[in-house]
Design a protein around this ligand. Structure first.
Ligand SMILES: Cc1cc2nc3c(=O)[nH]c(=O)nc-3n(C[C@H](O)[C@H](O)[C@H](O)COP(=O)(O)OP(=O)(O)OC[C@H]3O[C@@H](n4cnc5c(N)ncnc54)[C@H](O)[C@@H]3O)c2cc1C
Length: 383
């Protein structure tokens, strides 16, 4: 049996696993990455990807520091937010409220992944595209057995293998799952009128629709809907009309750029982020409702925190260090999950008398309070 020894083995080569591996490798750690489902990276930068992320300026700086920020020509800039309630409430705020150039950057999943992997391929990193069969841990190390007979020994194993994490199951970390009665329908459109670098969001009463600005007068939508099948069943023209109408035709007529797709929404809260010789990062450690566009931002912050904590050298899987990782991430994760879940409940409940008035009045009242609006802008930017 072949036996390899590393400081860190990362399981999962999605956005969070790839940037964790890259950050640790650039520190001079010996890193291996395991993912049997890696895409064909040469094909990633072709066509539109309806899966997009609103990346905070703080995470943009983190990715730039790794040399993994994609070409600006495919990146949308959010300078303003325009939020509409379901009964006339409205809130707007802007990056300029706090003297910043942008609230967020809109990036396609494939372009971000391609930029990370291009940088990763330049590193002396061991990549195993083989399924893992078993994970064993003791006080000194984690041992990952791969299907091809290789055994990877490491001081620390990072589970960045997504919401259905195999690593989390192997480590017997329990998880609390709350399914939302919605799926997110995503698609890209070109628009008749300019979007002015404004992200628009409508709380519709039975769903939440976001229009996110992309380069070239295009938008990407995320429609959290209780009936995604109805939207996916529409032909291109009918979908354009439905999406335009739901947004009050704010950008005139729409033209579909690539077929819509949907992904189910659920809140995942694992019992722990760490266990002996093991840490979870990204969707393996938490998911949130996409209404604030913060899911992958939390994951990038996991990667940035782990990288910073391991920068000092020494035993990568030291238990005190893992506890510090959990303590420093726990508060941000719980705060974001609670805020998004609270907003989801506030804007989707139709059964409580007066709640619709309250949420819309709340939006409009906030709109008249510059100090509070600056707080929203600061929060979006991440400082
Ligand atoms: C279909 C879909 C569409 C989405 N669209 C959007 C969107 O439009 N906007 C948005 O903000 N968010 C979207 N999300 C959520 C977003 O993709 C996640 O928050 C983000 O990708 C989390 O990154 P991650 O690296 O933690 O996990 P993932 O991106 O899930 O990556 C996990 C990686 O682990 C690998 N892996 C899985 N199992 C194993 C295993 N046993 N061993 C080794 N490797 C393994 C996978 O191949 C994958 O590469 C979507 C999610 C899904 C499922």
């Amino acid at each position: 049996m072949r036996q390899d020894f590393y400081d860190v083995v990362v399981v999962g080569g999605g956005l969070v696993g790839a940037c964790t591996a890259l950050g640790l490798q650039q520190q001079g750690r010996r890193v291996a990455l395991v993912d049997p489902g890696l895409p064909d990276f040469a094909a990633l930068e072709q066509g539109w990807d309806a899966r997009i992320y609103a990346i905070s300026p703080g995470n943009r700086r983190f990715l730039e520091s790794l040399g993994a920020w994609p070409d600006d020509s495919r990146i949308g800039v959010v300078e303003c937010m325009d939020v509409h309630g379901d009964r006339g409430g409205r809130l707007g705020f802007a990056a300029s409220d706090v003297g910043a150039p942008a609230l967020a950057y809109i990036v396609e999943n494939r372009w971000l992944l391609a930029a990370l992997w291009r940088r990763l391929r330049e590193q002396p990193l061991a990549v195993f595209e083989t399924p893992a069969l078993a994970l064993r841990r003791d006080a000194r190390e984690a041992r990952l057995s791969l299907e091809d007979g290789t055994e990877l020994h490491s001081q620390l194993l990072v589970g960045a293998d997504g919401a259905s994490s195999w690593v989390r199951t192997q480590a017997a970390i329990g998880v609390n799952v709350k399914p939302y009665a919605q799926s997110a329908v995503v698609a890209n459109f070109s628009c008749e009128r300019g979007h002015d670098n404004t992200a628009r969001q409508w709380f519709l009463g039975d769903g939440i629709l976001a229009w996110l600005p992309m380069p070239g007068n295009c938008i990407s939508i995320v429609w959290s809907s209780p009936s995604p099948g109805d939207l996916l069943a529409l032909d291109g023209e009918a979908l354009c009309e439905r999406v335009a109408a739901a947004g009050g035709a704010a950008l005139g007529r729409l033209h579909l750029l690539a077929p819509a797709s949907a992904f189910p929404l659920r809140l995942l809260r694992p019992d722990a982020l760490v266990s002996g010789r093991l840490a979870l990062a990204g969707d393996a450690g938490h998911t949130v409702h996409p209404l604030a566009g913060q899911g992958v931002n939390l994951g990038f912050q996991d990667a940035a925190t782990l990288t910073a904590l391991l920068a000092a050298g020494g035993d990568a899987g030291d238990w005190m260090r893992l506890r510090r990782y959990e303590r420093s991430r726990r508060e941000a994760i719980v705060t974001m999950q609670t805020a998004c879940d609270g907003l989801y409940t506030l804007f989707n409940r139709q059964d409580l008398p007066g709640l619709a008035w309250l949420r819309n009045a709340g939006l409009s009242l906030t709109d008249r309070l510059p100090g509070l609006k600056r707080q929203f802008a600061r929060h979006a930017i991440g400082y």
